[in-house]
Design a protein around this ligand. Structure first.
Ligand SMILES: NC(=O)c1ccc[n+]([C@@H]2O[C@H](COP(=O)([O-])OP(=O)(O)OC[C@H]3O[C@@H](n4cnc5c(N)ncnc54)[C@H](OP(=O)(O)O)[C@@H]3O)[C@@H](O)[C@H]2O)c1
Length: 244
């Protein structure tokens, strides 16, 4: 017997990421988008027959298994509260969340499955692991995280740069320096540079298409739907699956 598709609510559906999520989800049999939410609720071409709701009408959206959120920090609290109230899972990729919002997500994880990642690409999950190893092996070296993104990106350093910085700190006990570039339509580039006397190690990830983040988030949502309450880690899940 075929398993019914996991039902998704896409939050931030009219944005660059939201439209990629709608387009890619429509190509899959294991996922079904039942609601699309944006701030204004304006029609979204990629939504097709999926109903679109303005954020203020979130309470009218149909039931779902997992909400996928790629929006803005201002939009996050209402969605988290909605998921907790209805006992539904939340996967978020929204960057620039405050420490209080991360704390609220951790508390929500006691009741529902939650996942937040600054980057849903497999390459960055592996990069973070490599960065931690390099930082632990090169404790006396300078460490710098340099990131470049398109000019419309609102937060800096990027959430991914901060995740890589946390991997540096986990490896050697102190954080790196950060530098951010905003130029053209760059999807996302991150370099972690370790500089010693007379030598330099650079670990680089370049995203050339934002579909990688959308695909990673959809795969992770499918996995999240099978898990119980808790704050689940995208990188750990990916690496665990690859070792099976
Ligand atoms: N984790 C990752 O892998 C990853 C990858 C790429 C991007 N991101 C992050 O994902 C987020 C979205 O990026 P983007 O480039 O798609 O942004 P974007 O194109 O600016 O889209 C923002 C979306 O959020 C919606 N929105 C704004 N306020 C809202 C509210 N109060 N309630 C509900 N929806 C609201 C907007 O709706 P309207 O159109 O109606 O205003 C729009 O749909 C950013 O934080 C970005 O850094 C994460």
């Amino acid at each position: 017997m075929q398993t019914p598709p996991i039902q998704l609510l896409i939050h931030g559906a009219s944005g660059r990421m939201g439209r990629a999520l709608l387009r890619l989800a429509a190509q899959r049999d294991d996922l079904e988008v039942v609601a699309a939410v944006s701030q204004r609720g304006a029609p979204i071409e990629e939504a097709g027959a999926v109903p679109v709701f303005a954020a203020a009408r979130l309470g009218e959206a149909p039931d779902f298994d997992v909400a996928i959120d790629f929006s803005l920090p201002d939009a996050f609290d209402a969605l988290l509260a909605h998921c907790v109230t209805h006992g539904r899972a939340l996967l978020s990729g929204t960057t620039g969340l405050s420490p209080a919002q991360h704390a609220a997500l951790a508390v929500a994880g006691e009741r529902i499955p939650v996942m937040w990642a600054s980057n849903y690409s497999a390459g960055v999950a592996v990069l973070a692991e490599l960065v931690r190893l390099a930082a632990a092996a090169l404790p006396g070296w300078d460490a710098d995280v340099v990131e470049a993104h398109h000019t419309l990106k609102k937060d800096a350093p990027s959430g991914t740069a901060l995740t890589l910085g946390a991997a540096v700190a986990a490896g050697r006990g102190s954080p790196p320096h950060y530098a951010s570039l905003r130029a053209g339509d760059i999807v996302g580039e991150h370099t972690v540079q370790f500089s010693g006397a007379g030598e330099r190690l650079e670990l680089v990830h370049r995203a050339t298409h934002r579909d990688i983040f959308a695909r990673g988030a959809l795969d992770a949502a499918l996995r999240l739907a099978q898990l119980g309450p808790g704050r689940h880690d995208f990188g750990a899940l990916l690496l665990a699956d690859s070792r099976r």
